[in-house]
Ligand binder design. Structure first.
Ligand SMILES: NC(=O)c1ccc[n+]([C@@H]2O[C@H](COP(=O)([O-])OP(=O)(O)OC[C@H]3O[C@@H](n4cnc5c(N)ncnc54)[C@H](O)[C@@H]3O)[C@@H](O)[C@H]2O)c1
Ligand SMILES: [Fe+2]
Length: 387
């Protein structure tokens, strides 16, 4: 049923191989001169940071760098980055990297104009003022953070990955240049690619579905199904990389407006407590989630099956829908996603934390968007099944 909805996105998206070269023109338009480049050491070693600095200098900027984002970001990274921003008297932010540097830059921006601690902003719409202009250059095909209103920052005192949502943190300029992803190793390609797949399928079946997002989400499902294996097998396949980047950005735009559901709700607590990378913590839950959820929206799961290349013509809708579950299991197996027990060897410790994890999952709000209803007790069962 049609209803009134909003759809938000960055002012500018530079997309496709070579699009990084178009960034200088957009930076000049911002009229600012002192960026803090937020990145990590791998981006510096790969030479991407120098490439970006050269474009910024050419656009008349004096660049300061914070490269301390190591692993997925926590409150401490945000504070350290903010100190660099202030010390260098910066006036805008440029993020270069996967979701980790991009999310860090968004959080630095929140504190720069709103003050306080990053934990003050957990949840939706707690950010009162716009952040400085923000240019985000994605180097993984995964989070879609370059187009979203979300940042995910660990509250290290509470072992919680905080979801912070605000329209003020949607990047001003997003760059999605797949040439920057040619160097992503296979394990990160698999994890981030399945993160994008989860964004797409969750945004497609969520209770907050909307027509604009449906188109983007279903196309992203198709693109990941057709290209993830290729990008994982041959990292230098630029066509597969370009299709994965397009999928990631489309999935990002879809879940930015239609939200994620139970997979992301359950995955953040695994990341927070056991420090499993975000894409992997989603991927290990994806097959169990699909089996649990497909009966709640079989028509949509049947369309997912078709987009994933399954033959569904003439099948009863429930059988067609289950083909999506089968295709998801195959995709995860093909890119060697392990079960949780191989990532978290201490089963007793895992089981001890399940109640907290289920509680935090529900508290994040994402499971409430799932088309099939869940309780904390049911979430505990699903964690055990995925183990
Ligand atoms: N804000 C959002 O909308 C959103 C959505 C989903 C996930 N996230 C968050 O994003 C973070 C994860 O981001 P991610 O999955 O992109 O991983 P990441 O940014 O942590 O990067 C993973 C690893 O890959 C390396 N890497 C990145 N790009 C590379 C390249 N081009 N070549 C070689 N190595 C490269 C990084 O240095 C790092 O070691 C998590 O904290 C997650 O919670 C945010
Ligand atoms: Fe994600």
């Amino acid at each position: 049923m049609m209803r009134a909805v909003e759809f938000r996105m960055p002012q500018v998206l530079l997309q496709g191989p070579g699009s990084l070269a178009l960034m200088g023109k957009e930076v000049k338009r911002l009229g600012k001169k002192k960026p803090l480049l937020v990145t990590d050491e791998i981006m510096e070693k790969a030479g991407y940071a120098d490439q970006v600095k050269a474009i910024l200098v050419e656009a008349g900027c004096e660049v300061a760098v914070y490269n301390g984002v190591g692993g997925e970001p926590g409150d401490k990274h945000v504070e350290a980055g903010l100190a660099e921003y202030k010390k260098n008297d910066c006036d805008f932010l440029v993020a270069l990297g996967g979701g980790s540097p991009i999310d860090t830059a968004k959080a630095i921006g929140i504190l720069e104009t709103n003050g306080g601690k990053i934990t003050d902003y957990m949840g939706a719409d707690k950010v009162a003022k716009p952040i400085p202009p923000l240019v985000c250059i994605a180097t993984t095909s995964g989070t879609g953070s370059e187009v979203t209103k979300f940042t995910i920052i660990a509250d290290t005192a509470k072992d919680v990955k905080m979801l912070i949502a605000s329209p003020f943190i949607i990047p001003t300029v997003a760059v999605a240049d797949p040439a920057l992803t040619l160097s992503v190793p296979p394990s990160v390609t698999a994890a981030t690619g399945l993160d994008a797949f989860c964004h797409a399928i969750e945004a497609f079946v969520t209770k907050k579905e909307q027509p604009m997002c449906d188109v983007l989400a279903l196309n992203a499902v198709r693109l990941v199904s057709e290209n993830l294996r290729k990008a994982w097998c041959n990292g230098d396949d630029l066509e597969a990389r370009a299709n994965m980047m397009l999928a990631s950005t489309q999935a990002g735009m879809a879940f930015n407006n239609a939200s994620v559901t139970l997979i992301h709700g359950m995955s953040r607590p695994i990341g927070a407590v056991f420090h499993v990378p975000h894409g992997i913590s989603n991927a290990v839950l994806l097959p169990v989630w699909a089996e649990y959820t497909y009966i709640a929206k079989p028509e949509k799961f049947a369309r997912v099956a078709e987009a994933m290349g399954e033959l569904v013509a003439g099948l009863p809708v429930l059988e067609a829908a289950h083909k999506a579950v089968d295709a998801i299991v195959k995709l995860c197996r093909d890119v060697e996603i392990p079960p949780i027990r191989e990532l978290i060897k201490d089963k007793e410790e895992f089981e001890k934390r399940l109640e907290k994890m289920a509680h935090d999952a529900v508290a994040s709000g994402s499971p409430g968007n799932n088309p099939r209803f869940v309780t904390e007790a049911r979430i505990v069962e699903l964690y055990k099944k995925a183990y």
